[in-house]
Design a protein around this ligand. Structure first.
Ligand code: CA
Ligand code: CA
Ligand code: CA
Length: 332
């Protein structure tokens, strides 16, 4: 039987596939296990501390993981505050999946902030940068504030109140987050006796989460409870024109009120994009009469003002003035 060239080639490929089913992994050889290292914290008086250096599988042979200090990074000074164990790394013994890379901590009598130092761990191509924290033990602890409460005052303001329990704090620090778990940022540093704060940097119709802590001499207290509040709805007073065709040169405009508004602001223009608008401010009730109007089409919109801040403009409305008694024109 004669077998064509192309068929013979296909057969060879099929046979190769059976003989080398794991072709790729054999060629690449054994791969190194995956390295992981923690970010440890130890008290200043602990004497010794260590990084826990781990593999995701027991070592097939003694495995050396190198460790080098990132000089000049972190806040702890070497070799005054700490020293690393000699050898430039740690060996994970065959059959084991972790080992400790130890360091020495030198206690001192000074109150200071917690300090860190940074170490890079390497195994083959893998590199991990990790921080060790030395927790100071000389500062006088500060009690945390409690009973933090948050409530919305308007669409731009949230009021906070809390209870202090400290005697030796230098300030209270307010933090805010959009979700209560991440994105915390300091929004205010206040004198230590404060028990209230008005956050007037909030946006309308948004939830904010807050926590407060006291700051002492090189010491933070724990955080208070977390409290949250949602600002009032964005100022889009529902515009409800009573009428949008006027046969005199006056127009009565009305809109729905919103409860938190101190006043309303209205703008009116013959341009639909309000580039040449006349703005009327300080309207205390949700209506206004415009006089001396021309026979043309007008565009208008309104917004609420709370504590001096204007909200979002309402949707654009239209009215037509035609005092010539020719009958109503079509409304655009
Ligand atoms: Ca120290
Ligand atoms: Ca100490
Ligand atoms: Ca110290």
């Amino acid at each position: 039987m004669k077998i064509s060239k192309s068929l013979r080639f296909a057969l060879v490929l099929v046979i190769l596939a059976f003989v080398f089913p794991a072709f790729d992994s054999r060629v690449l050889g054994q791969s190194l296990p995956t390295l992981s290292v923690d970010n440890p914290s130890f008290n200043e008086d602990a004497g010794n501390g260590y990084f826990t250096v781990s593999l995701d599988a027991p070592a097939q042979a003694d495995t050396f993981v190198s460790a080098s200090l990132n000089m000049g990074e972190g806040t702890a000074t070497y070799p005054d505050e700490f020293s690393l164990s000699p050898g430039g790394g740690v060996t994970i013994l065959v059959g084991q999946s972790s080992a400790q890379f130890s360091f020495e901590i030198f206690d001192d009598p000074f109150a200071e902030w917690n300090e860190t130092f940074i170490v890079t761990f390497s195994l083959g191509e893998q590199q991990l940068v990790r921080a060790a924290t030395i927790i100071d033990d000389d500062g006088i602890p500060v009690n945390a504030p409690s009973d933090l409460a948050a409530s919305s005052l308007s669409f731009t303001e949230i009021k906070l109140s809390w209870v202090n329990h400290h005697t030796n704090a230098t300030e209270n620090q307010i933090e805010r987050s959009p979700n209560g778990t991440s994105g915390w940022e300091i929004i205010a540093n206040l004198t230590p006796d404060t028990t209230q704060y008005l956050d007037d940097t909030a946006e309308c119709s948004k939830s904010y989460h807050y926590r407060v802590r006291a700051v002492g001499e090189f010491v933070y207290s724990d955080y208070s409870n977390t409290a949250s509040a949602t600002t009032d709805d964005c100022s889009t007073p529902g515009v409800a024109p009573q009428q949008n065709y006027f046969t005199t040169n006056e127009a009565l405009l009305t809109w729905n009120s919103i409860t938190s508004a101190d006043s309303y602001e209205l703008r009116v223009d013959t341009n639909p994009d309000f580039t040449n608008a006349q703005t009327i401010t300080g309207l205390s009730s949700p209506s206004v009469i415009l006089a001396s109007l021309q026979n043309t089409v007008y565009y208008w919109q309104v917004r609420a003002v709370v504590n001096g801040a204007g909200g979002l403009w309402s949707g654009r409305q239209i009215f037509v003035v035609d005092a010539r008694e020719l009958g109503p024109p079509p409304i655009p």
